[in-house]
Design a protein around this ligand. Structure first.
Ligand code: AMP
Length: 218
């Protein structure tokens, strides 16, 4: 695959982060997750984090201007020269147009967009079951990939926690925001012939394999 921006699209819980991390390691290109950047800002209690926290906890989107600003600053770093993966960004048509403009301005190729499609009932279990280790960031799922000891990380003994926005109340709002604001991006990229679709209902390794094959042919 030529040096190119990859965009991973999909509903919350589709596995964008899991796939982006794996593909980022395999290709040696950075994984850029606006959700991770915002969570980091919340944890460090920066002005950005304090402004974003309530929206995130409620499952609502942070404003386009804020997210485009942090994403653009990250994309401008030198390590993106050979390509990069965007995970959870863009999430609205305005953000998508912003990325299109940014790539054009920087003389980069059009992005390759991978849409990870997952059935609603699988999404719900992935989100409500997700637990994260605060020490190493390792992710479990109480339904599909539970830790050996309840709520304790197998790798480093960290006490697993559930993201505030993975609680049932916030999940409904996240899925609604996805349907109204993010799903239209599928058509935006399909019309531009930049879209590839993968079946995300399978095990992570099978999905990674398919994404790698798509990238080889791209
Ligand atoms: P994620 O980890 O990608 O599911 O993001 C977690 C939360 O961060 C989302 O529910 C939003 O509140 C916020 N967020 C992350 N990326 C964006 C984005 N591109 N646009 C708006 N809000 C975002």
């Amino acid at each position: 695959m030529r040096a190119r921006a990859l965009i991973f699209l999909g509903a919350p819980g589709a596995g964008k982060g899991t796939q982006a991390r794996e593909i980022s390691t395999r290709l040696g290109i950075p994984h850029i997750s606006t959700g991770d950047m915002l969570r980091d800002a919340v944890q460090k209690q920066t002005a950005l984090g304090l402004a974003a926290k309530a929206l995130m906890d409620a499952g609502e989107l942070v404003t386009d201007d804020v997210v485009c600003g942090i994403a653009a600053a990250r994309i401008a770093q030198a390590d993106t020269a050979n390509g990069f993966i965007l995970d959870g960004f863009p999430r609205t048509l305005r953000q998508a147009e912003f990325v299109d403009g940014l790539l054009l301005e920087n003389g980069r190729s059009a992005p390759l967009v991978v849409n990870i499609e997952v059935d609603p009932e699988v999404l719900f279990k992935r989100l409500t079951g997700r637990r994260t280790c605060p020490l190493g960031g390792h992710i479990y799922n109480v339904y599909f990939n539970p830790p050996k000891n309840d709520e304790i990380c197998d790798l480093d003994g960290g006490k697993l926690f559930q993201r505030a926005d993975d609680r049932a109340e916030a999940i409904g709002q996240r899925l609604r925001a996805y349907g109204q604001l993010t799903k239209p991006l599928v058509d935006h990229y399909r019309k531009r012939l930049l879209l590839k679709v993968v079946d995300g209902n399978r095990l992570p390794e099978a999905i990674t394999g398919e994404i790698c094959r798509l990238l080889e042919d791209a």
